[in-house]
Design a protein around this ligand. Structure first.
Ligand code: NAD
Length: 433
């Protein structure tokens, strides 16, 4: 039987437990998702037919605060995947010190096959189905793969209709005109960029002499490619779901972005052309992109891209995980043995949830920040937590991933123990009289 994604994700927890001083109660509490909701969403299609879609929302743990996590629209979405993503969110929020637990949602759908009206009905139907399960103090949604600010706007609007009051803080990543935060759209890429910039000097590397390959050219990967290009990195390869392009001397990333954007009609939520259609570049597959001899490899698409089957072929010196879970635990061990530094997803892509937190704070205070304020707060938090993770890895001589989990578990363990530990209950302090 193939191992479930959640079982694979949990293996990271097991490894980190050896180095984190936390109670048995905390360990027991973190083994399973707290609540997993599965819903059927009936949608009236444009041709008059009725189609029922499967949707999910999982709250993995809310000891440190309300659940927080994106909503994914993809044909491969399963409960197992959503549980794994909620697991990662729990540790990501703890690693960054955000006052949130971990959650995630998804709908099994190919959104590119829906019209804009069908997509809106599906998004509103999803909120109808999970409304009792979410809220600004309970569980807060955000964008993920193939969901965007427009969809977040529909979701926030639908929740406000159901609860009969305007409730911007239930969803982050909304349009700015509906209470979204400046800087949220680019936050995942911007956070990853700050992490990369802060780590580079530790390897005596400079942007100008560093080659980069990026898998995934969406919100996270596309914006990051542009930031790195602007900083002088040589981005030699990028790809999307259709495949990739490669140029030995570096791609002109703004031109690639422009080309992709120009094919996205203003009324069409998804592009239907690919970066591979650009002339004058070599075309390569997503598999080949991962194996390129580059300094930095950035998986920024989907999970399970580097497995035990291709880990031996990876040649990059550093990997920054912008996607969630792009490397399996078996592949992790191989990369470790090869001396490749893997900067883990729960740090590298945490810029998105960090600015989502800022958006939630702004919605609740009613006071809105400038882009400089948002980016400065993001940079200081993500670089500071990255430094802590680096120090834990160095002190224990462990991988950066294990160090990130040790860091997160310490915070989670502290919160779980604050509610009472085994020692407290077995020593009789809790009894009256
Ligand atoms: P997106 O929908 O904007 O873009 C996804 C990109 O991946 C697209 O370019 C798509 O063509 C490409 N892609 C899809 N299938 C692929 C495949 N099989 N091979 C190669 N490329 C493929 O999504 P996004 O928001 O950029 O998310 C990408 C990753 O980053 C996901 O793992 C997501 O969970 C993670 N992430 C995103 C955010 C965020 O705020 N957007 C935050 C944290 C983590």
């Amino acid at each position: 039987m193939t191992k479930s994604m959640l079982a694979d994700a949990s293996q990271r927890l097991e490894q980190a437990l050896k180095y984190a001083a936390i109670s048995e109660d905390a360990i027991e509490s973190l083994k399973f998702p707290q609540t997993s909701l599965s819903v059927s969403i009936p949608v009236r299609m444009d041709d008059g037919s009725l189609k029922v879609f499967q949707g999910y929302r999982v709250r993995y743990d809310d000891t440190r605060g309300p659940g927080k996590g994106g909503v994914r629209y993809h044909p491969n979405v399963t409960m197992d995947e959503v549980q794994s993503l909620a697991f990662w969110m729990t540790f990501k929020c703890a690693a960054l010190g955000l006052p949130f637990g971990g959650a995630k949602g998804g709908i099994t759908v190919n959104p590119k096959a829906l019209s804009r009206m069908e997509l809106e009905r599906l998004s509103r139907g999803y909120i109808d189905a999970i409304a009792d399960f979410i809220g600004p103090d309970v569980d807060i949604l955000a964008p993920d793969v193939y969901t965007n600010s427009m969809i977040m706007g529909w979701m926030m609007d639908q929740y406000s209709i159901i609860t009969r009051h305007i409730c911007p803080a239930v969803v982050t990543g909304k349009p700015i005109s509906m209470g979204g935060s400046v800087g949220r759209e680019a936050a995942t890429a911007t956070g990853a960029y700050y992490v990369i910039q802060s780590m580079l000097p530790r390897f005596d590397m400079t942007p100008q002499t560093t080659t980069v390959a990026i898998q995934g050219f969406g919100n996270a990967g596309g914006i990051l490619a542009e930031l790195m290009f602007a900083a002088g990195y040589k981005v030699v390869a990028v790809s999307d779901s259709q495949g990739g392009v490669y140029a030995k001397n570096g791609l002109d990333i703004p031109a690639v972005r422009e080309m992709k954007a120009s094919t996205r009609g203003i009324r069409v939520p998804y592009c239907d052309r690919s970066v591979c259609e650009i002339d004058d570049q070599d075309v390569l597959t997503n598999e080949d992109l991962l194996k390129l001899d580059v300094d930095i490899l950035i998986p920024a698409a989907l999970e399970n891209q580097i497995t035990e089957d291709n880990a031996h072929d990876i040649q990059a010196k550093l990997i920054f995980e912008v996607a969630n879970g792009p490397i399996t635990s078996a592949a992790d061990q191989i990369l470790n043995q090869k001396g490749i530094y893997v900067f883990p997803d729960i740090l590298v892509n945490a810029g998105g949830v960090t600015v989502s937190y800022f958006e939630w704070v702004q919605n609740r205070s009613g006071l809105y920040w400038t882009l400089d304020e948002v980016n400065q707060k993001l940079q200081s938090r993500i670089v500071e937590e990255g430094d802590r993770i680096w120090a834990i890895a160095r002190d224990h001589d462990i991988s950066l991933r294990t160090a990130a989990y040790v860091h997160a578990i310490s915070r989670l363990g502290e919160a779980i123990s604050a509610k009472g530990t085994r020692d407290y209950y077995t020593n009789g302090h809790g009894r009256k009289g």
